[in-house]
Each structure stands twice: as C-alpha cells, then as structure tokens.
Design a protein around this ligand. Structure first.
Ligand code: HEC
Ligand code: HEC
Ligand code: HEC
Ligand code: HEC
Ligand code: HEC
Ligand code: HEC
Ligand code: HEC
Ligand code: HEC
Length: 435
C-alpha cells in the first residue's frame, strides 16, 4: 500500500499518469458492447480530445459508444481491421439510420443529400477546369461533398478525405454526411441550431445567407437573447419553448406548434432563387404557408404577408428588368455564332455569370431574409452596374444593335436619355429639398 502511494505520488510529481488505467466511466452509463470499452481504454490516451468530446454528448449518456457507430462488417468496402476489431472510419447516414430512421430518411430525400451531384454544372467546369485541380477538393467538395475513395486495407484516399460536405458520396453508397451539421463527437443539438453551423456553407459572394442573417433584426435579437433560448431543449417549439429570436434552424427546419421538425428544408421554400431566373418551387403556395406559420408565432399575419409582398416584388424586378433581358442578349449572341460552346473563354460570359450567380443571388437572398445592404449595395447596385456598363457595351462590341430592343423598353429608357425630363426631375427633387 505504502509503495503504491509512493509510486503514485512520484508519477504525479513527474507529471504523468499511471499507464493502463481503465477508462473512467464517470457519469456515463453502461456501454452497450465490450468492444467499446477496448476502444476507450486505448483512445483515452491516443486521442483524449475525441473521448472527452464524446463523453460530453447525449449519446455517451445513452450508452452509444465508439463501436456502436464505427462497427463494420468484414465485407464492407471500407472495413478495416483495427486492433482486433472490424471498423470503418466513416459513419454514414445508413449507420445513423439504425437508430434515427426518421431524420435519416428525410435527409436522404433532401437537396442537401444531392449536393455532391454537381459534376455536370457550370460551377463545376469553373472549379475543375478553369481554376484547376485540386482547387475543387478543398473548395467545392468541402461544402458539396466528395466521392470518397477507399484504399487497400480500408483507409481513405487523401484526394477525397477528410470531407464533411453535405452531399458526400460514401463508400456504402449512401449520400451525405450528418456531421456537416452535427459536429463530432458530442453531436450536440444546440450546436446544430446556431447560425454558424449552416453558415459554414451558406456564406460568401454567391449565397450570403449568413451575412444577410447577421445584418437582420433577427440576429440582433439572437445576439442579445440567445442564452435565454434553451438551445439544448427537447422539444424546441418556436413560441412555446423560446420566442426571443429565430435562427436558421427555426425558420427552415425546427418544430412549430403545427409542424414537426424536418430534415428537408425544401418543405418551407416557395422560390428557388439559385438559377439565373428565379422560379417557384412545386406546390409553392402550401410550402409558403408552412414558412408563414413559423413567422406568425412572433409576428402578426399582416406583417408577414407584407414581408412576402415586398420580397416577391423585388424578385420580380430582378427577373424582369435584369435577368431575363440579360439572358435574351446572351442567347442572341450565341444564336448568330458570336459566342462559342466553350464556357468562360469570353469576357461577357464572366460578366453574365456574376450578374446572376453572384450579385443577383445576393439581392434575392437579402430580400428573403431582411438584409438591406445585400438588397442594395451588394445586390441591385452591382446587378445594375453589370448590366448597363459591362454586359450592354460588351454585347454591343460583339454585335452592334443587339441590345436595342431590350433598351427600348420603358424600364430602361433612362439609359438612352429618353426618360422624360419630368420624371427625372421628380426623382431628384426630393433629395435636393433635403439639402
Ligand atoms: C490499442 C489501441 C487502440 C484500440 C484498442 C483502438 N484504437 Fe482506434 N486508433 C488507435 C490509433 C493509434 C489510431 C491512429 C491511427 C492508427 O494507428 O491506426 C487510431 C485510429 C482510429 C480511427 C481513425 C483511423 C484513420 O485512419 O483515420 C478510428 C475511426 C478508430 N481508431 C476507432 C476505433 C474504435 C471504434 C475502436 C474500438 C473498436 C478503436 N479505435 C480501438 C488506437 C486504438
Ligand atoms: C454517434 C456515432 C459515433 C460515435 C459514438 C463515435 N464516433 Fe467516431 N466518428 C463518427 C463520425 C460521424 C465521424 C466522422 C466521419 C464521418 O463523417 O463519417 C467519426 C470520426 C472518427 C475518427 C476519425 C476522425 C478524426 O478526427 O481522426 C476517429 C479517430 C473516431 N471517430 C474515433 C471514435 C472514438 C474513439 C469513439 C469513442 C470515444 C467514437 N469515434 C465514437 C461517429 C461516431
Ligand atoms: C445505437 C444507436 C444510435 C446510433 C447508431 C446513433 N445514435 Fe444518435 N442518439 C441515440 C440515442 C439513444 C440518443 C439519445 C436520445 C436522447 O437523449 O434524447 C441519440 C441522440 C442523438 C442526437 C441528439 C443530441 C442532443 O444533444 O440532444 C443527435 C443529433 C444524434 N443522436 C445524431 C446521430 C448521428 C449523426 C449519428 C450517426 C453519425 C447517430 N446519432 C448514431 C442513438 C444512436
Ligand atoms: C462555402 C461552401 C461552398 C463552396 C466552396 C461551393 N459551394 Fe456550391 N453551393 C453552396 C451552397 C450553400 C449552395 C446553395 C445556395 C443557395 O441555395 O442559395 C450551393 C449551390 C451550388 C449549385 C446549385 C445547385 C442547384 O441545385 O441549383 C451548384 C451547381 C454548385 N453550388 C456547385 C459548386 C461548385 C462546382 C463549386 C466549386 C467551384 C462550389 N459549388 C463551391 C456551397 C458552396
Ligand atoms: C443541414 C443540417 C443538418 C444535417 C445535414 C443533419 N441534421 Fe440532424 N438536426 C439538424 C438540426 C438543426 C436539428 C435540430 C432540430 C430541432 O430544432 O429540433 C437536428 C436534430 C437532429 C436530431 C435530434 C432529434 C430530436 O429531437 O431528438 C437527430 C437524432 C438528428 N438530427 C440526426 C441526424 C442524422 C442521423 C443526420 C444524417 C442522416 C442528420 N441529423 C443530418 C440539422 C441537421
Ligand atoms: C456542408 C455544407 C452545408 C451546410 C452545413 C448546410 N447546408 Fe444548406 N445547402 C448546402 C448546399 C450545397 C445546398 C444546395 C443543394 C443543391 O440544391 O444541390 C443547400 C441547400 C439549402 C437550402 C435550399 C433548400 C432546397 O431544398 O433546395 C436551404 C433552405 C438550406 N440549405 C438550409 C440550411 C440550413 C438551415 C442549414 C443549417 C441547419 C444548412 N442548410 C446547412 C450546403 C450546406
Ligand atoms: C426569419 C426566418 C429565416 C431565418 C432566420 C433564415 N431564413 Fe433562410 N429564408 C427564409 C425565407 C422566408 C426564405 C425565402 C423562402 C421562399 O422561397 O419562400 C429563405 C431563403 C433561404 C434560402 C434559399 C435561397 C435560394 O437560393 O433559393 C437558403 C439557402 C436559406 N434561406 C438559408 C438560410 C440560412 C443558412 C440561414 C441562417 C444563416 C437562414 N436561412 C435564416 C427565412 C429565414
Ligand atoms: C422567434 C420569433 C421570430 C420569428 C419566428 C420570426 N421573427 Fe421576425 N422578428 C423577430 C424580432 C424579435 C424582430 C425584431 C423586432 C424589432 O426590432 O422591433 C423581428 C424583425 C423582423 C423584421 C424586421 C426586419 C429587419 O431586419 O429590420 C421582419 C421583416 C421580420 N421580422 C420578418 C419575419 C418573417 C418573414 C419571419 C418568418 C419567415 C419571421 N420574421 C420570423 C422575431 C421573430
């Protein structure tokens, strides 16, 4: 006994802990399999961070351990023998589905799970060819997902892994990665509900949802009252369990008094604002009503309807005044052979791409989620600039007269000076009166 104390005291003074000490279960419940105990004994020393994170999560409490998630069959493509146990590195949606079938099914049916399928897109041509490999590996694929390749022995190829893209194509054939939103190893529900989680991907010049949110009154309310929002709570019903502010999750996926939480954000979307010209989604009216039901827990129905009136009007303005005419001009150039079939090898193709894919999306996202600076200076201002002083002169240089018909329309008449003096005077009068 004395020796034991002496040895322990010496080890303590030397700053090291006794080796081979079994994992301290603490408050963690009994672990379902003996194999997990083996993982813990070793990983507590090898990767203490992983074990500590897992231990702080709800699944450790419930007895879901390392082996319950990482277990593999010997005939799985990515199976590896790991100190006597057969495991896989990737824990795919099919693995999580064993215990969370509803969430997994909804997720697998969503656009998120399809996000890895960008191969045929214009963006992909830009990333893979124009910019070049490996820009797309750490760029596009980090958000959209890689096609994970397995090497001999079950290891994963560095071309495709690590990767947490939301539409990752996994070795077992499943699509997606639950850890895009549920960071390992605590898989905290509170973390999934904060805006930064979605903003990992939903940000930047072409889809600045995080930046728009940050500019909104909703974020101001979240910053000042976030700690009162019971973010760990189950259930988490807007207007019942919290009411201070909505986060991305509140509006797009979480529970309301009349709707269950969903892992398919499309359920509440009435527009698709991604394409050059915005289009309504299928069955858009009922999807819009689902979103409105979220809002009306905190706002009057009139307030919400009027927000949608302003949003629709802005989207129509973008579609009709800029997106469709710009598309018509591009088609006119293409139809007479002035643009070849190679994407992005002509200046005007970059101009047009930025008009809809960058500035146009910025304006539309600003309209949808109350980001005035994204509607105006990062949005319509740049759309107008791209249209009038880039696209139009570039098109005229290629084919004189090609923009004539478009510019003759009343909404563009100001450009050629044909707008009546009276209207112009009226627009500037108010401003002059002020100074
Ligand atoms: C005897 C120690 C030991 C045991 C037991 C052990 N591991 Fe590991 N594990 C390691 C080490 C060391 C690594 C680092 C990579 C390597 O050497 O394979 C690792 C790596 C891993 C990896 C990542 C592999 C990669 O290539 O990125 C996973 C996943 C993993 N372990 C899970 C488990 C699970 C699950 C168990 C229990 C079934 C377990 N480990 C048991 C020591 C151990
Ligand atoms: C709820 C399921 C789950 C549990 C429980 C779990 N893991 Fe994981 N683990 C994952 C997921 C998900 C990933 C990320 C890979 C992916 O996206 O599929 C991962 C990745 C890993 C990796 C590779 C990444 C890295 O950072 O090196 C290691 C190592 C690992 N786990 C070890 C463990 C150990 C040790 C335990 C037990 C303390 C454990 N895991 C428990 C789901 C789980
Ligand atoms: C062996 C069954 C099992 C597997 C496999 C499993 N889970 Fe769980 N999960 C549970 C249980 C049990 C709970 C706890 C339920 C509770 O406390 O309400 C839970 C809770 C959760 C929670 C809520 C955490 C919180 O903070 O409230 C999330 C998120 C979650 N799991 C995600 C995943 C993901 C992602 C995977 C796959 C990588 C996965 N689970 C795999 C059984 C499992
Ligand atoms: C920062 C994360 C991120 C990066 C990097 C990224 N994307 Fe995206 N991408 C997204 C998000 C988020 C959306 C959805 C935007 C929306 O709904 O407004 C999207 C949308 C798309 C779409 C439209 C999908 C559809 O259904 O209409 C394509 C195609 C696409 N991205 C391809 C790419 C390619 C190719 C690259 C690399 C050149 C890339 N993306 C880089 C996050 C990213
Ligand atoms: C796009 C982000 C995202 C992805 C991807 C995602 N989740 Fe979630 N998940 C969330 C959010 C947000 C919540 C919280 C919803 C709420 O407020 O109740 C959640 C909640 C959960 C819960 C807790 C449910 C409850 O109330 O107990 C489980 C379990 C879960 N997710 C499993 C999964 C699984 C399994 C996958 C992969 C098949 C997955 N999630 C993929 C965002 C995501
Ligand atoms: C790892 C990257 C990533 C994360 C994290 C992520 N998304 Fe996405 N999201 C995407 C991509 C990529 C798309 C476009 C998918 C497509 O159309 O191919 C998308 C599409 C969407 C859409 C459009 C709906 C639809 O069905 O077309 C909504 C809404 C959305 N995400 C909301 C969220 C919310 C809310 C969160 C957080 C809880 C989140 N996303 C987290 C990458 C991500
Ligand atoms: C107050 C509610 C609310 C909040 C908070 C919110 N959104 Fe939205 N979001 C909307 C509405 C409303 C739309 C337009 C819906 C429609 O099409 O009918 C929208 C549109 C979108 C779109 C679709 C853009 C497209 O290209 O079609 C994405 C993606 C998205 N939001 C992601 C996010 C992310 C990420 C966050 C957090 C950073 C967030 N939203 C915060 C209500 C919200
Ligand atoms: C959880 C409560 C909550 C939900 C849900 C919610 N809001 Fe809000 N909203 C607020 C609060 C709080 C403010 C700030 C009020 C103030 O500043 O006086 C606000 C402000 C606004 C504003 C003022 C815009 C600005 O940024 O200046 C608009 C517009 C708005 N909300 C629309 C919506 C719409 C549309 C939805 C649903 C898609 C929605 N809200 C959902 C709480 C909520």
């Amino acid at each position: 006994m004395k020796y034991c104390l002496l040895i322990t005291a010496t080890l303590f003074l030397l700053g090291c802990s006794p080796q081979n000490e079994p994992f301290d279960m603490g408050t963690t419940k009994a672990i379902a399999t003996g194999s997990t105990k083996v993982c813990l004994d070793c990983h507590t020393k090898k990767t203490p961070g992983i074990v500590a994170s897992w231990k702080s999560g709800k699944m450790a409490e419930a007895g879901v351990g390392c082996f319950e998630c990482h277990e593999a069959d010997t005939d799985d493509v990515d199976a590896m023998d790991h100190f006597g146990n057969t495991i896989a590195i990737i824990v795919s949606p099919y693995d999580c589905a064993q215990c969370h079938s509803t969430e997994a099914e909804e997720f697998l049916g969503s656009h998120h799970a399809e996000a890895g399928e960008v191969l045929g897109s214009q963006d992909n041509y830009l990333g893979e060819i124009v910019e070049g490999y490996p820009a797309s590996v750490s760029g596009c694929q980090a958000c959209h997902g890689s096609y994970v390749k397995v090497e001999a022995g079950g290891g994963l190829s560095a071309d495709t892994w690590p990767n947490f893209g939301v539409g990752r194509v996994n070795p077992d054939g499943s699509a997606g990665s639950c850890s895009s939103c549920h960071s390992r190893h605590d898989f905290s529900i509170a973390q999934a509900r904060i805006p930064e989680t979605c903003g990992k991907c939903h940000m930047g010049p072409d889809h600045p949802q995080l930046e728009v949110y940050r500019e909104s009154k909703h974020n101001i309310a979240f910053q000042s009252h976030g700690e009162e929002m019971n973010l760990h709570g189950k259930p988490w019903v807007v207007g019942v369990d919290y009411s201070a502010a909505p986060t991305c999750a509140t509006c797009h996926v979480s529970e309301t008094p009349n709707q269950p939480a969903t892992h398919d954000p499309a359920n509440r979307m009435s527009w698709d604002l991604k394409p050059a010209v915005s289009v309504h989604t299928e069955d858009w009216e009922s999807k819009r009503n689902s979103m409105k039901e979220v809002c009306t827990n905190c706002h009057s129905p009139q307030y919400v309807d009027q927000h949608y009136i302003q949003m629709d009007a802005g989207i129509e303005l973008y579609n009709e005044k800029f997106a469709k005419p710009a598309g018509e001009i591009m088609s006119a150039l293409r139809s007479v052979g002035l643009l070849d079939s190679i994407p992005f090898n002509e200046k005007i193709e970059w101009t047009y791409f930025e008009l809809w894919h960058h500035e146009g999306r910025r304006a539309r996202n600003g309209l949808a989620m109350s980001g005035p600076d994204y509607v105006q200076w990062h949005g319509f201002y740049e759309v107008a600039q791209h249209f009038y002083v880039k696209l139009v002169p570039e098109a005229e240089e290629l084919l004189p007269g090609v923009t004539g018909e478009v510019l003759a329309r009343p909404e563009h008449s100001w450009f050629s000076g044909e707008m009546s003096q009276e209207i112009r005077a009226e627009v500037t009068r108010e401003y002059k009166d002020k100074y």
